[in-house]
Ligand binder design. Structure first.
Ligand code: NAD
Length: 332
C-alpha cells in the first residue's frame, strides 16, 4: 500500500491517478483544506483507492494512515505562497509538524520502505547562481519557503539518524490541469485562466519579464515515480525544465489582448531556473513537455477554473497588503 498525503490536491491527484494506473494500491490522506475530492473523480471507483480525510498535523491520524504502507509520497502542505505571510501558524503546523508526524509514523510502521518528500525551489530565495544547483544556500524569503525547507531538513535528518530511505525533490513552479483554485491569491495560471474565462484583464506582476521554470505536472509525476527507487538518505534533487519562460510569454499563449500591470512583489526572484544535472545523472529523467503544449493542455481544461475567484488589481492589492508591509524594507 502506498500513501499519498495531499492526494486530493493538484500534484497529489495526478500522482494518485498515475500510481493506480501502474497497479499500486493507494491511500490518500488529505484534510481537504485546499484539495477537493472531485480532483480524484476519474479514479473514484477504483478498487485500489482509499481516501482518508484527516490532518497531518495530528499524530494519531498519521499513525492510522500509515498502517501497512511501504512507500510514502508526502505532498500534504499549505502550498500557496502569499497567504503564508498572514497565517504562518497553519503553515508551520501543516508543513513542519505534519512532516514530523509523517516521519514518526513511518518510522514505527514495519512495512515502511521509502519516503519521497515534495520540497520547493522557494528555499533558494533570490539565488546568486542561475541555473540554480542543489548546493545553492537556503535563503527562504517568506514563511511558506521556510516551512518547506524545515520539512526538507527534518526528512533528511530523520533519514540519516533513523536510517530511513528518503528522497527530497525540489519542484520548480509546477503547472497543469487542476492547479490550485483556492480562495487565496496564488499560482499565476489559476489567476490568469479564471480571468480569461470572466473576460477580465490578466494581471501581470511587475513588467512581466520575470521568468519562471514552469514545469508541467506530468513531468513532475514521472519524476516522483522515478525517485521511488533511488537509494538515498534524504538526498535533495532539483526537478524543473531548466528552460525558464517569462510571464509575458505565458500571457501571449493565454490571452495577450487584455492585460493590466500590477506592482512587482518584493522577496521574489527575477528568474527561477533549475539545474537538473544531478537528477538527470541519477535517473535519466528530463522534462519533456514544452510550454506551448502545456498551456494548450490547460486551455483544453479551462472549465475547471469556472468557479475560481476572479482576481482584480484591487482585490490583489488587498490580498498582498501584508506581503508588501513585511517584506519591503528588507529586500529592496
Ligand atoms: P495543493 O494545495 O493543490 O495540494 C496540497 C494538498 O495538501 C491539498 O489537497 C490540501 O488540502 C492538503 N493539505 C494541506 N494541509 C494539510 C494538512 N494539514 N493535512 C492534510 N492535508 C493537507 O498544492 P500542490 O501544488 O499540489 O503541492 C503539493 C506539494 O508540492 C506541496 O507540498 C507543495 O509545497 C509542493 N510544491 C508545489 C509546487 C507547485 O508549484 N505547485 C512547487 C514546489 C513544491
Amino acid at each position: 500500500m502506498h500513501l499519498v498525503t495531499g492526494g486530493c490536491g493538484f500534484i497529489g491527484s495526478h500522482l494518485t491517478e498515475a500510481l493506480l494506473k501502474n497497479g499500486a494500491r493507494v491511500r490518500v490522506l488529505d484534510n481537504l483544506s485546499v484539495g477537493r475530492r472531485e480532483n480524484l473523480d476519474s479514479v473514484a471507483s477504483h478498487p485500489g483507492l482509499e481516501i482518508l480525510e484527516g490532518d497531518v498535523a495530528d499524530s494519531e491520524t498519521c499513525k492510522g494512515a500509515m498502517q501497512g504502507v511501504d512507500v510514502v509520497y508526502h505532498l500534504a502542505a499549505r502550498a500557496d505562497i502569499v497567504p503564508s505571510i498572514d497565517d504562518p501558524e497553519v503553515y508551520f503546523s501543516s508543513n513542519v509538524t505534519g512532516t514530523y508526524n509523517i516521519l514518526q509514523a513511518a518510522r514505527a510502521e514495519p512495512a515502511f520502505k521509502k519516503i519521497v518528500y515534495a520540497a520547493s525551489s522557494s528555499r533558494y530565495g533570490i539565488p546568486d547562481q542561475v541555473p540554480t544547483p542543489e548546493t545553492a544556500p537556503a535563503l527562504p524569503q517568506y514563511p511558506y519557503a521556510l516551512t518547506k525547507d524545515l520539512g526538507e531538513q527534518t526528512v533528511r535528518h530523520w533519514s540519516q539518524v533513523y536510517d530511513m530511505p528518503a528522497t527530497v525533490l525540489r519542484f520548480f513552479n509546477v503547472y497543469g490541469p487542476r492547479v490550485r483554485t483556492s480562495g487565496t491569491y496564488g499560482a499565476v495560471f489559476g489567476v490568469f485562466l479564471a480571468q480569461k474565462l470572466a473576460n477580465k484583464p490578466l494581471t501581470i506582476v511587475g513588467d512581466g519579464h520575470q521568468r519562471r521554470d514552469f514545469t508541467h505536472v506530468s513531468d513532475i509525476v514521472r519524476a516522483i515515480i522515478t525517485a521511488t527507487d533511488l537509494q538515498t538518505r534524504g538526498e535533495a534533487f532539483n526537478v524543473g525544465t531548466g528552460r525558464p519562460v517569462s510571464v509575458n510569454r505565458i500571457v501571449e499563449l493565454i490571452d495577450p489582448d487584455d492585460t493590466i500591470f500590477i506592482p512587482k512583489r518584493p522577496g521574489e526572484p527575477d528568474v527561477t531556473c533549475a539545474d537538473t544535472t544531478k537528477f538527470h545523472a541519477a535517473t535519466g529523467w528530463e522534462a519533456t513537455m514544452s510550454i506551448e503544449d502545456g498551456v494548450k493542455d490547460l486551455i483544453a481544461n479551462i472549465d475547471y477554473w469556472r468557479e475560481a475567484p476572479v482576481w482584480t488589481p484591487d482585490s490583489i492589492a488587498d490580498a498582498t497588503k501584508n506581503w508588501f508591509k513585511y517584506l519591503k524594507e528588507k529586500t529592496e
